[in-house]
Design a protein around this ligand. Structure first.
Ligand SMILES: Cc1cc2nc3c(=O)[nH]c(=O)nc-3n(C[C@H](O)[C@H](O)[C@H](O)COP(=O)(O)OP(=O)(O)OC[C@H]3O[C@@H](n4cnc5c(N)ncnc54)[C@H](O)[C@@H]3O)c2cc1C
Length: 353
């Protein structure tokens, strides 16, 4: 490749950081623009399933992940390429480059833009217009708190999903030392909650405890020990008609936001990062837009299938083979084929590169 294209990544979430780390290693001039002022904890746990760990392993952060979990991705990204307090407000394509406009009035140029700016993606809105999510009729409560609050009660070492007829709660330790407990629920709720997708709205502990009063003693012990909760509405979106326009492309929640029931949002963002890096490598930096199309063509069948399955909230409720989700390896999956069919049948109809 002659001079590698410059790439602007909008958003320093798990997907943006992963793709930035991979492209930086591949020799691209990558810069990451993040609206937040710094990295900080948001009070949520995250499960890293085998398909996600396969991507993290190649990033070289598996060992750190085992010890301290998700924060380790930051160590794979040189800090000097992450620019905080940079909220993207506009994109302007002209003369072969894309101009990114930020809320502070500054502008930068890049050959390609990766919109990894999450569920409320500005890049998506600029490409496709405003979205119209549907309220699922359910809300989630979540909390993260010191395990010491549970006294002598010890939880199972692996995560447990406790099912009721119309609600569930997932509980697990988030640290290797098992000193922090996390839970997340899904409970029916009235339509007045439909607009509140905020991750930082507080919930009412008494309401939560009442909603789970008929559950197992272990669940009740966790909810009783919990000092405070967050509550947010669970919304749904259909797969997007397209993920890219010219040299601008979406990644992660920006292009396939999903309900949290399968714990696959971050995993899918990591898979996207690996496949996008592979597609760019396959075209050698010459056919940038072709690479972005190949990425979309490769990823969309799989992420659409996961979005659809997740919305049913039936994943692992009964015996079923989870291999098509957890067995996926983003580093070796064929590019440009219907991966879902490939994974399920063991055959692939290779086309593309
Ligand atoms: C409670 C909860 C539990 C979950 N549990 C799991 C789980 O167990 N396993 C799993 O795989 N997934 C889980 N998910 C989903 C997962 O968290 C998301 O799918 C994942 O974080 C998406 O990553 P992302 O990089 O695409 O977006 P994000 O992590 O949302 O990152 C987007 C970034 O872009 C920045 N940004 C936004 N707009 C702008 C702008 N205009 N300019 C600049 N920067 C901007 C944001 O500040 C943010 O840092 C869970 C989600 C929730 C809410």
């Amino acid at each position: 490749m002659s001079k590698p294209p410059s790439v602007a990544v909008v958003g320093a979430g798990i997907g943006g950081l992963a793709v930035a780390a991979l492209l930086k290693r591949a020799g691209y001039d990558v810069q990451v623009y993040e609206q937040a002022r710094r990295f900080e904890r948001v009070g949520a746990g995250i499960q890293m399933t085998p398909n996600a760990v396969k991507v993290l392993r190649r990033l070289g952060v598996e060992e750190q992940l085992r010890q301290v979990a998700f924060r380790s991705i930051e160590s794979a990204v040189p800090p000097e390429i992450v620019h905080f307090d940079m909220r993207l407000v506009g994109l302007d394509r002209n003369a072969g480059a894309v101009a990114l406009a930020f809320a502070d009035g500054s502008r930068v140029l890049a050959d390609a833009v990766i919109g990894a700016d999450g569920v409320h993606s500005v890049v998506r809105e600029l490409l496709l217009g405003p979205e119209k999510p549907r309220f699922t009729g359910r809300v989630a409560y979540r909390a993260l708190f010191p395990a010491a609050r549970l006294g002598d009660t010890r939880l199972a070492p692996v995560q447990t999903k406790w099912w009721g007829p119309d609600r569930h709660v997932v509980i697990y330790y988030v640290t290797a030392a098992r000193d922090q407990i996390y839970f997340v629920t899904s409970v029916p709720e009235g339509a007045e909650w439909m607009t509140r997708e905020s991750w930082s709205a507080k919930g009412d502990l008494d309401e939560l405890r009442k909603a789970y009063s008929g559950f197992h003693a272990e669940v009740r012990a966790v909810l009783d020990a919990c000092p405070g909760v967050y509550k947010w509405a669970l919304l749904e979106r259909d797969p997007l008609p397209r993920w890219s326009e010219g040299p601008v492309v979406l990644l992660g929640d920006a292009c396939h936001p999903m309900t949290p029931y399968m714990a696959q949002g971050a995993a899918a963002a990591l898979e996207d990062a690996a496949v996008l890096a592979r597609c760019l490598e396959a075209t050698g930096g010459e056919g940038l837009e072709q690479a972005l199309k190949l990425y979309e063509e490769t990823r969309k069948p799989r992420t659409s299938a996961i979005q659809a399955k997740s919305s049913t909230n039936t994943w692992m409720r009964t015996d079923a083979d989870p291999g098509w989700v957890y067995g996926y390896d983003a580093w070796s999956a064929p590019l440009g084929v219907d991966e879902l069919q490939d994974n399920r049948s063991g055959t692939g109809n290779r086309r593309g590169l």
